[in-house]
Design a protein around this ligand. Structure first.
Ligand SMILES: *Cc1c(COP(=O)(O)O)cnc(C)c1O
Length: 402
């Protein structure tokens, strides 16, 4: 075995965040490769039958099958744990595999969940359609209102589920206050931290129990692979999450884990530059369109709360252009540089019309309740020269009559 300082807690605990993002979790093979090795293997072989038996009964550590463990995936899990300040992490095939596993692994018939209404579209499908099918009740609230969390609690409430900033409304939820309410009632808080990532916001520092990710977004950061992760205590991961995921199999592929490992090396640089670019674009758009919804702007109603729990406001925001779907689509169709795309977290600037794409399935009534109107657009500001992005928007706004 080569020097594996990235897996030695006595060493990694001294490292600052940017170092952890590059070296955390690295385990070198006998070749001493500098970049992490990609272990494309489904199975593992044993020196003798007794070793195989010892691995399966837990007496010997080591890998048995890539649905359960894989060296490349494990490096990513260790790196995310270090960056998050979590005891343990397990990676999943996608963000939705992570959200589904984080909820279903701890819930059963008769339980109750309280969720904030401003959620990623598929997360709302979990709370509104999937959980009730299995006899798990959900109450949907305005997560910005602390008394609504408190009022929704029942004797059988097991989980609080929310994201902040929320997609695409950019609602901010008070992490410390909501996690405190959960703790006081023995409820597990599950936070979807995809928008901010652990570079800008670490929910566990505010008392969150479980943090779940779509690593497809900022963590990969270059629009290449789908991936997800669930972070929690060693006890939660080992005794609650693993029995569910080991047997249901939402496993992350080694190749995708390797790509995300490479993405994490530049996450700090990318997300801070994209946040700077987003602030410049948001300032340009303010005054030019009806409303810009960016937590980094003083005009955002929760600007102070956002900046108290985030280091920067991130690359994503929404805007209202007036004139309904016709003007929103006209603006999209006039873009030359910014792509029409429902993805986010990419180094490319991307824009989408949530009510006809990502939140189409939510239905009109639920969309309007959270403020997803026909004239709303969502923008992911990338790493291009920000002046080119602003010029493209300026031209497209002119063509759309703004
Ligand atoms: C994209 C996203 C998800 C789902 O992640 P996938 O990797 O696409 O499955 C969940 N939550 C939020 C906030 C997201 O942005």
């Amino acid at each position: 075995m080569k020097r594996n300082s990235g897996q030695d807690p006595a060493i990694t605990s001294r490292w600052r965040p940017a170092t952890r993002a590059i070296r955390g979790g690295t385990a070198r093979s006998e070749f001493g490769e500098t970049s992490e090795a990609l272990f494309l293997t489904s199975g593992f072989a044993y020196d003798c039958a007794e070793d195989a038996a010892a691995r399966f009964n837990g007496e010997q550590s080591g890998m048995t099958y890539s649905r359960l463990q894989n060296p490349t995936v494990e490096m990513l899990e260790k790196r995310i744990s270090l960056m998050e300040g979590a005891e343990a992490t397990r990676c999943m095939a996608s963000g939705m595999a992570a959200m589904t596993a984080a909820l279903l692994c701890q819930l059963q018939m008769g339980d109750h969940v309280v969720a904030s209404r401003a959620l990623f579209g598929s997360c709302r499908w979990l709370t509104d359609s999937l959980l009730p099918k299995f006899g798990i009740e959900t109450t949907i609230i305005d997560g910005r209102e602390l008394d609504q969390w408190e009022a929704a609690i029942r004797p059988n409430t097991k989980v609080f589920f929310f994201e902040t900033p929320a997609n695409p409304t950019m609602d901010i939820i008070d992490l410390k206050a909501v996690c405190e309410i959960a703790r006081a009632h023995g409820i597990t808080s599950v936070v979807d931290n995809a928008f901010a990532t652990n570079v800008l916001q670490r929910p566990m520092e505010y008392g969150a129990d479980v943090v779940a990710y779509s690593a497809t977004k900022m963590m990969d950061g270059q629009g290449r692979v789908l991936a997800g992760a669930v972070c929690g205590t060693e006890d939660f991961i080992t005794n609650t999450l693993l029995p569910f995921t080991r047997n249901t199999g939402p496993t992350l592929s080694a190749f995708n884990a390797w790509v995300v490992l490479k993405g994490l090396e530049t996450l700090d640089l990318r997300i801070r530059r994209q946040s700077d670019n987003a602030l410049k674009v948001a300032r340009f758009l303010e005054g030019r369109v009806e409303r810009v919804n960016y937590p980094g702007l003083a005009s955002h109603p929760q600007h102070n709360l956002a900046m108290s729990q985030m280091e920067a406001a991130g690359p994503i925001f929404s805007l209202y252009v007036g004139g309904g779907r016709a003007r929103a689509h006209a603006l999209l169709n006039a873009l030359e540089l910014v792509d029409i795309s429902n993805n986010i977290g990419d180094s490319r600037s991307l824009m989408t019309h949530p009510s006809s794409t990502t939140h189409h399935g939510l239905g009109e009534e639920a969309r309007l309740a959270v403020g997803i109107t026909e004239d709303m657009l969502r923008l992911n500001v990338g790493l291009e020269d920000v002046d080119d992005v602003i010029e493209d928007l300026d031209r497209a706004l002119g063509k759309a009559g703004l």
